[in-house]
Design a protein around this ligand. Sequence first.
Ligand code: XIL
Length: 375
Amino acid sequence: MSKIVLNLCLIAMCISSASADVSTPLRDLAKKHRLPLGSAAPIDLLRSEGDGGKFPAFLSQEFNLLEPENDFKPPTIWRGDKDFHLDDADWLLGKPGEKGWAQNHSMRVRGHVLVYARDDGYTVPRWLMQKEAQINADQARDLLHDYITMLVGRYRGKVAMWDVANEAIDDRPNQNPFNLRNSFWFRKLGPEFLVLAFKYAREADPRVELYYNEYGIEGGGPKADHVIELLKWLKQQRAPITGLGMQWHIDSGLSLAPGDAHYQFADRVKEIKLGFMITELDVAVPVVSRKRTDPDYGMTPRDPNDLQAQANVYKEVFEYALSYSNCRGINLWGFNDRHSWIPGFSRGERGAATISDQSYERKPAYWAIWHALSR
Ligand code: XIL
């Protein structure tokens, strides 16, 4: 080899290793795979420069996608008949014709969620539930149309993807088509509410990606079977659906390997020619039990070795995602243990589910993702 060629090779090696040294943030690594990489985040922690500015800084440094955690849910936005709370959404995305925090930080936004298809305080606006007896099917259709048209239309071209419907399928068997939950929109419109929601969203934004999002289906089973049937039916009905959002709220005890039930389920999604996203990944570990008022509530793993197991699970999920050409992105459900929903959700039994600790130190899980994306 001539001296010049040798030198060129050495320079090329330096460049390629320099392009992925440990200071390379995850978003830059993900970009090489053309994979949007995001996290859920509450808008108020961005607006208030949470944790002395560390919260927004970590988010915008490491991710190129952001999903407001609760701020785009119907009960937050839809405060009454034609009464919408859009202040936080406008701050994030800009009022019509303006830019917001997301664009100023080169972040795309994942909208969550147009129809949260179960009856809970955080899913359907209370005022709407209270008026249920006076709302007939035509009125329900109009309400759904007007809400989706308003929200998707207002942020047309600014939101990259929407969860059109979330958690519409029951965990336990019932008699409904596709085992759909007995929810407000189902009672009014039957399964058709799902088709309509997708169509209304598409009419309001011709380019935005549109997802059906669900939990507890990643590893197959009866609920996953219902999801596949529902997705096939939605396609037959010409609902403009981009793909399936799989939440992936999992535990550090999970194991994942090519060919297993997780891969088989993703294969089935591919067979029906849909994309998919991992939309709400977190990996919970058992934690030391503490009072809710304790600042370390839900923070301390009972067994420190679990952090390594957790890292391995994150790695395996990323490898799985990267192995599918129809995987359209990965979104974490939070990136900092202090702000994760898991301790509250599991009543302090599990926690420490994210990739950074209370002091924003990167955990083994962060580096596991970093390495998975560096390949
Ligand atoms: C959770 C939020 O993280 C919590 O802050 C809130 O109290 C309840 O909802 N699946 C979803 C998300 O689709 O909307 C949920 O978010 C977590 C489970």
